[in-house]
Every structure is written in C-alpha cells, then in structure tokens.
Design a protein around this ligand. Structure first.
Ligand SMILES: Nc1ncnc2c1ncn2[C@@H]1O[C@H](COP(=O)(O)OP(=O)(O)OP(=O)(O)O)[C@@H](O)[C@H]1O
Length: 755
C-alpha cells in the first residue's frame, strides 16, 4: 500500500520528496533488476534498507519533526526510519539545522462516520430528576416503613442515612410483611445492599428479647445458630457487604456476622465458624467447600438466604455450587429451638437484570417469589408490556451519557485529549474511571500516561514540583499508582491508578482503597474487574475507552457513577462502521428513549485537548507530536514496545469475545489492525494474533504455508496452542473455547476478578 502520508507543515523543501529514479533501456527484466538493485543498495549513513522500505510502505509510517537530536539507528525500526531519504543522506549536523517537515498519516485515510444523525447537543438537555436518590419528601422514613426505633435511630444518627431509597422502601415493606421469596431488581447505585440487609437484620434482631441493657439479652447470642447466609460472586463484594452489615450490627452487638470467602487459611475460617455466627457472608465456592468439609458449620437454623448479584453468580459459573448449597440447606433444615424463628426459609435473589440465567437461578432457588421493583406504580404497563424484561435494566435517569465516533488511528490521542480537557481545571471532575478491554491494555496505558517523557509542551510547563513528582512517579510500592504526566497540568495534578484481575489480591485491595479514599484528583484505569457492585465514592465520570463485552456489563460499568441521586457522566468511544449501531443500545437503557444521550464530536475532543485555550489551530500538529513521542518512547524502550504489542494482541483477542448477540456490532473482521496498532504506540501491526474469524495477514499466511510445506505440523500448532487462543484457521468450537478462556482469564479464577 502506498504511504498515505499527509504534509502538514508545509514548506516543502526541494529535497523532501525525492523523485524515483527511472530506468530506461534493455529488456523489462534488466530494468526490473536494475531497479531492485538500486533499492537494495546500502544507503549513506548505514542502516537496514529493507527495513526502511518496509517502513515507507507502512500506512502508519510518519515522518517526524523531532525536537531531539537525531539518534544513531540502533535496530531496524528506531526512529531514524522516520527521516525521508533525502534527509537521511545529509550529514547529521546539517540535518539538525534544517527546518523539519511534519508528514503525518494520523489524520488521513481515516474512515468516516457512517451515521450522520446528530442527537441533541449536550447543553440543551434538561436537568433530570434522579431515579436512585433517597426519598427526601419526608413522607417515607425508616420508622414509617416498620423498622424498629432502635435500628432507625442508628441509621439516622450513626450512619447518616436520613431516608430510604425507592427500592429500600419497597423491599422493607414487602420483606417485613410476608415470608415469601423475593426477587429484588433495581438500578445501579440505588442501595440494594441495604434493601435486603435492613429487613433481614430487623427480623433477626426481633428474635431477641433485649433487656434494657443492650449488652445482655435473653434469647439470641452468637451460639444460638446461623440464621442467614448471604452469597455474592466475588471476595471483594463479600467484603463490601460485610462492612455494611458490621456497621448495622453495631446497634445489636449481641449478633455476630462473619465471612468465609477464601484468601486466608481454611483453618482460621473454621475457627471463626466454631465460635458461632448468626449471619454469614460467603462466596459460593468457599461455602460449598465448608458445607462438605467443616462439621462445625451447622445450617439447620438458616431461614434467610440472599443471592446478591444473581446474574453474575451465574455468569461466573457458580450454578452447580448454588444448586448444591440450596439442596443442602433444604436437607439439613430443622425446627429451631429459638422462639420466633420462621418455619420456612426465605430466599432473596438480587439482580439488576432478569436475563435467562437469572431466571434459571430463580428456578433453582425461589418458590412463588414476589418481584420487588423500585417504583411499581411508576411503570407504564403499556410500554413495559412490549419490552423484554432485559430491556428494563435502565440507567439512573440523571446519568448523562455521550458517545464519540473515533477512528482507530486516533484513539490514543483522542483519549489523551479527552482526559487533558477533563482535568484542565481542578475540581470539575475529582474521580474518573477508564475501562479498557484487558489487563495488558491497562498496563500499557498506565505506562503511557505516567511516563516521564511527556511532550515538549508538557515538559516546558512543568515546574520544579512537577519534576520532583516525576522522579517519584511510583506512588505505591506495587507500581499501581503514579502521577498522570500525560494529562496533569501545573494547576491540577492527577493521580493514576491501575487495576486488573492479574494483580495479586492484596495489591488490588490496596489500589482500590487508595483510589476510593484519595482526596486528590484521581483516575482509575481498569478492566471490568471494577465494573460490578463496587461502591466507589464520588466517581464523577466513567469513560468506556473500549466498549463492554455485553450491554449489561456496560450498564454496570457506567453505574459506578450517578449513585444515590448524585450527578454523573459517562463517555464511550466507538469506531466508525458497525460499532455506530451500538448507539441504539445506549438509547435503549433510558426510559425516555435517550434524551440524556449526546454525541461528542471526535474532532472537537482533539481540538479542545490539544489546541491552546486561545487558538486551537495547531491541534493537529500537537496531537501528531504527542503520538510520535509515544511511538519514539516505545521504540527506545524495548519493554514498553513489548507492552504495546502485548496490549494490542490481547485487545484484539478480547474484541473477539463480545457476546454473540452484539458481535454484529463488534465485528473483528472490520477492525483495521494497522490503524489500531497506532493506538498502542506501534508503527507496525504485530504479526500473528491467532484470533478465530480474523483473516490472517499476508505475512501470517505465508509463514503458515511455508511451515506446512516443510511438513512441520507442530510448528503451527505450537504457535497456536500454548496460547490464549486457537489458530486463525480453527473451528467454531475452538472459537467458543477461546472465548471461554478469555472470559476466564479476565474474569479470573479468583473472586473480584470480574470480566
Ligand atoms: N438510604 C440511603 N441514603 C443514603 N445513602 C445510602 C442509602 N442507602 C444506601 N446508601 C449508600 O449508597 C451507596 C450504594 O449502595 P449499594 O452499593 O447498596 O447500591 P447498589 O444498588 O447495590 O449498587 P450496584 O447496583 O452498583 O451494586 C452505598 O455507599 C450506601 O452506603
């Protein structure tokens, strides 16, 4: 393919474009070999000519206005390749004095947006009433709903919870009144944890006849029996639930709660169970294990079973364990010697969706369940009648979403520009989360954004304090927290955190804690490990740089903002082409068809991020410069180059794991891999990627062909086999296996490591 370079800066010297030598006379064979010979002659200044040729054919090849002194070429692919032929042939000193040209392909040959429809601009959207806020009308108080004065006073005075949310109102009323099973469904950030914990704790507290002195009581104590089990899919969520529960039980200190979630010796968990617990929070795998092997775990008194994040429990493959747990609870249940303990067990299933797998979980665990929703009266029967239950999973109405259609080549600069603009002033956004597709991509972007070699402009604007910060870039012993040099500025310094499932548990916990407790402007770049259930305070903005693997995951991701009635914004990056159809999915999650959904112009993002405040006419050059700086940095540091390659490859593999129903929008065959490589700081698309369904590149096909011809079948298999995925020629079955493996890798065997 011809170089699609574009001249940007714009005094083209005579020797910038060298006319190709013409070979005349002789036969066509003679002419061809003369031409070939000339192309392969070593050039003045040395270097690998074939590599240069390859580079010049690369559609992503960029010729650079380097502010740095030209370096000697170390390996094929260092940035000497960026010099044009005429330039390269000049002595080095002369080169430095010659005004340089920028020739960039960053802004050319990018696909256009397919869909020109412009939704309502952001400024024009009206303020919307929050749908997940506490009901502060004064009519609904915790006491009015039937909670004991002791518990209600504790909520108000010690936990500063003044009024219930809509889902809490519905569930408290239902679960205090009746003993039927229940399915609780509500928006993200609507306080579902307390929605089941409050009635449960109230019921267990009521079993005790407390005396005036609350430290003693007749009736219930830690040895009276285990009355409730709460199951959640991940260790992290269990810990979160356990903290809320401990806080509640401070007003009923004769009751004891505990966790069995793994991550510590089973012996210590057994010791805890032996001492006696009234409420147990557990992961299904660990509980199943204890039910089989720990005799002191007596479940004969269990009368409440909560399955939190039901869809996730099923997604992570806990069906078998859950079935076993329910069977054992049924089989081992005995009449309790504690007065007031109900005869039958109540099971509560919580989920944001009613997907098929949740229905399956309902079949396993629920009998004649009541469906508890936030606003039953609010539902317009006619409109909901036509919608599937899955569609009823909605975003909080006050959450403002926007999408940008960004071509592959411009993705990295656009994300940077967006972050630069977001953090231009202190205070407008304090905390943001950036979701990317895989752990390798998290690591790569963390390095890019915290690297010391920022652009010249950034270096100039750095003050001494910033330099010191640069020196101490590692703010954490684990290297998961750093100073975001790429989008900090002298008036607003931003701390970047990285999180993914391949980090050890204690590192994840420490990093998450640091992000949650940070009083400084902070960004968390992560995989879907942080998408579900986690309650991180004061997140103002969620950026989906890579769209989620399913629309449900998308809703969970953006649900990390706009919690409990607070404002929140979400920005998603889509690529031109089929991905644009995802906008329809974004609209579907609003009650009003998506008035709060706006479009952000991709060029505007770049202009606002790279253009100066006064004039934004040089933004293209600045964006190009920034991109080149990243590419040079990668070329100069083999470990980062390798990181970029790995990130690119993992990203492509991850792209193949979008759920089947959405794969028409995220069609791997439509990806322009050469362009996409650029967004990982690479000038060339790395070789073999081994993604089912992906057309092999010419190089790959040739290599395979050669290997097969030489009769080395193992060759191909080995390259594909020890991997995270099958070969490019594998069957659907292999594709399925790979998706499962990808999910497993990202979801991880360990809890909290959500896909
Ligand atoms: N009535 C209330 N008033 C004020 N804050 C509340 C109230 N109920 C819950 N909260 C707070 O709201 C936050 C979110 O609660 P929770 O994590 O239970 O939401 P959720 O609906 O389970 O969210 P997700 O769907 O994301 O898991 C918590 O910090 C909790 O302390």
């Amino acid at each position: 393919m011809a170089d699609d370079g574009m001249l940007l800066n714009f005094a083209i010297g005579d020797n910038v474009i060298k006319p190709e030598a013409k070979f005349k006379g002789g036969t066509w064979r003679d002419r061809l070999s003369a031409k070939k010979r000339s192309q392969h002659l070593p050039r003045e200044g040395g270097g690998d000519a074939s590599a240069r040729n390859a580079a010049s054919k690369n559609p992503n090849h960029i010729q650079v206005p380097s502010s740095r002194p030209a370096k000697r070429q170390k390996t094929a692919g260092t940035f000497d390749l960026d010099l044009d032929d005429a330039e390269r042939s000049r002595p080095q000193q002369q080169r430095q004095h010659k005004p340089r040209q920028i020739v960039s392909s960053l802004f050319s040959f990018n696909p256009e947006r397919r869909n020109a429809e412009q939704p309502q601009p952001e400024e024009e959207t009206e303020e919307t009433k929050p749908t997940n806020a506490p009901l502060i009308d004064g009519l609904d108080t915790f006491t009015n709903l039937g909670l004991s004065p002791n518990l209600a006073a504790h909520l108000l005075t010690k936990l500063d919870l003044k009024a219930p949310t809509a889902i809490q109102k519905s569930s408290i009323m239902q679960l205090l009144k009746e003993e039927s099973d229940a399915f609780i469904q509500a928006e993200t950030g609507s306080g579902k944890t307390l929605a089941y914990l409050l009635p449960l704790v109230q019921r267990i507290m009521a079993l005790s006849k407390a005396t005036n002195d609350h430290n003693t009581q007749n009736g219930v104590h830690r040895d009276s029996g285990l009355f409730a089990i709460i199951l959640a899919p991940t260790r992290e969520l269990c810990k979160q639930i356990s903290v809320v529960l401990e806080n509640l039980l401070r007003c009923a200190n004769w009751l004891v709660a505990g966790t069995v979630i793994g991550g510590e010796k089973k012996k210590s968990e057994k010791a805890r169970l032996r001492k006696g617990l009234n409420i147990l929070v557990a992961t299904p795998g660990r509980l199943a294990d204890h039910l089989d092997n720990t005799q002191v775990l007596d479940i004969s008194n269990v009368r409440w079973l909560v399955l939190d994040e039901g869809d996730r429990l099923m997604d992570l493959g806990f069906e078998e364990e859950l079935q076993g747990i329910v069977r054992k609870l049924d089989a081992r249940q005995r009449p309790s010697r504690v007065p007031g303990v109900p005869t039958r067990r109540t099971t509560i299933l919580c989920s944001a969706t009613l997907k098929m797998n949740v229905q399956r979980l309902g079949e396993i665990s629920l009998k004649d369940a009541v469906h508890i929703k936030a606003d039953p009266e609010d539902e317009d029967e006619e409109t909901t009648a036509n919608k599937s239950e899955e569609d009823a999973f909605r975003v909080p109405a006050q959450l403002k979403q926007s999408y940008a259609i960004v071509p592959a080549k411009l993705r990295l600069v656009s994300l940077t520009a967006y972050l630069k603009r977001t953090f231009i002033r202190k205070g407008s956004v304090m905390k943001a989360i950036v979701f990317v597709s895989c752990a390798d991509s998290v690591d790569f972007h963390f390095e890019v954004f915290t690297r010391k070699a920022a652009t010249q402009e950034e270096k100039n604007s750095d003050n001494e304090e910033e330099d010191n910060k640069d020196k101490n870039i590692e703010l954490s012993p684990h290297g998961t927290i750093g100073h975001a040099t790429a989008f900090s500025n002298p008036s607003n310094s931003v701390i970047l955190h990285r999180l993914h499932g391949s980090l050890p548990q204690q590192v994840r916990t420490a990093t998450l804690k640091s992000f949650a407790n940070s009083n400084e402007t902070s960004v968390l770049i992560c995989t879907d490990v942080a998408a579900r259930g986690l309650d991180l305070p004061n997140v103002d903005l969620v950026i989906e740089y890579d769209p989620a693997f399913s629309s449900d995951d998308h809703l969970h991701r953006i649900g990390r903002t706009a919690r409990l009635g607070r404002d929140g914004r979400a920005q998603i990056f889509l690529q031109p082409g089929s991905e644009e159809n995802y906008v329809e999915i974004l609209k579907r999650s609003y009650r009003d068809g998506g008035k709060a959904l706006t479009h952000t112009d991709a060029t505007e993002i770049l202009k606002r991020g790279f253009g100066s405040n006064v004039k934004s006419d040089n933004w293209e050059a600045k964006a190009t410069d920034w991109q080149l700086d990243v590419e040079r940095w990668a070329l100069e540091n083999p470990q980062y180059l390798e990181m970029g390659r790995r990130a690119f490859q993992s990203h492509i593999r991850a792209y193949a794991t979008h759920v089947a129903a959405e794969r028409n929008m995220f069609n791997i065959k439509e990806l322009h891999l050469g362009h996409l490589a650029k967004s990982f700081g690479l000038r060339d698309r790395p070789g073999k990627i081994n993604v089912p369904g992906l057309r092999p590149g010419k190089e790959d096909t040739k290599k395979d062909f050669r290997a097969e011809r030489k009769g080395v079948p193992g060759n191909k298999r080995k390259a594909d086999g020890d991997d995270d995925g099958p070969s490019t020629t594998t069957t659907t079955d292999a594709a399925r296996k790979m998706r499962a493996k990808m999910r497993e890798q990202m979801a991880g065997a360990s809890e909290f490591n959500l896909a």
